[in-house]
Design a protein around this ligand. Sequence first.
Ligand SMILES: [Zn+2]
Length: 519
Amino acid sequence: MKIVPNSSSRLVTIALSFGLFIQFSSNLALADQKRKVGSNQTSNSLSAIDPTIYASPTKSMQTLLSDLVAADTTNPPGNEARAVAVGAARLKEAGIDYKIIEFAPGRQNLVARLKKNSGDGREQPLLLLAHIDVVSADKQPWSTPPHQLTQKGEYLYGRGLADDLGSAGTALETLILLKKTNAKLKRDVILAWTGDEEAGGAGIKFLLKHHRSLIDAGVALNEGDFIRLDEYGKPLFAGMQVAEKVYQDFELITKGQTGHASIPVTDNAIYRLSKALDRVGQFQFPRRLIPVTRAYFTERAKIEQAPLSDAMKQLSESTGQEVGKNSGFPPDALKVVETNPHLAALLRTTCVATQFNSGTNPNALPAEARANINCRILPDEKIQSVKEQLEKVIDDPQVEVQLAGKFGHGPASPLTGDTPEVIRKVIHEVFADIPIIPSMSTGATDSRYLRAAGIPAYGINPVPLAEEDARRFHGIDERLPKSSLKRGIEFFHRLVLALAGAPNQSLAETTNTSTNNSN
Ligand SMILES: [Zn+2]
């Protein structure tokens, strides 16, 4: 995880999982004090939930997290089979059927399903997705052993707790709670723990390619954004990730005449490539607001302070399409917003040189030069048109532009409709009337494969976190507030019931597990 503090805007950019960027503002606590909070809305169908049912899953979740942290699924190499064994044992004990899908030696996904048991609804299943691999803690000076769950004060420490073992644990405990309480389900609820998210998503790709029916769903919940807490644990706002930029590398290749460096020729591979790179460096793709970024700036403006709040509001109300010399954006507002590189990156497709390779000897003319251009493409733009644009900008047929690697991508998930409405409603039930901000990640999660496969995914981590917790993703002393375990389970349980539960059920935990939920 990278942290890029920006003192001028007092914003901190946090890079999560594979470069997923999320913004936090130190102004939020102040802004929050001005807002009215605490309206205690409850849903008719869910108000009957007995809150004491969350005590036992919360306790059990801490043990589960302890076992998952100790499983040490550092990727590479992954060893996700160790975490899968932990989850499978819990599911077996609860009487829930599951499947273990191996995608490489020692590397597994875990998939479980509660079947619908109420009504004749034809709604496609709800998928709860979480990855179980973690990034390395090597060479990081932790204050606790990274692969041992350690409680210090009000926090639990351990590698992977926030990204993404907390979600994995919450989803599993939610499934078990649904089973124990004989929840009436109008659609199947699927749990999928995937491996390799941190290094390209081999786990989810394998499931989609070879076991699509196991995880086929009408909608998915995954990591991607958060319920944000202030330093006292009070909810500030919720981020709901509905889109990701598309990751695509391009390789630029030039050839040149070789020979002794004492006799230079004009046809030099390094100079040719340098010229091309310079042109790419000067070029900027047009700024464009897409529905999710427009909504992001609209909502975000409500919790920021001037001048950023005003600038965001003006941006969100502009035409938001840069065509030729007409920027389509109010220039003063742009200036304020683009001071922050993360916010600037939301406005357009970006391409940047990240690697350069050439030459064999200091005294020999290079036969070839290669550079990598890393692009992050707005989700509704085409990779091929970005390639054509790069070729046009480079304007030299002797510079070859090649696609390098394929990371997959999908369209944004809808901002309106049943699922996002239900998510908003449950957030307000559990965390009062905090603002809900739709977001587009500049990086990527497993959701890109789901969206590409036609399964809309919503990125909202169930375990609420403060800024200070979230900035530890991939870093030293990764942690969760202990009190967030129960809140996370309550939120997720209510959310899953609101999305998949039959209406008007009264839930209390029971020891009777002989239900027809399992399959
Ligand atoms: Zn993650």
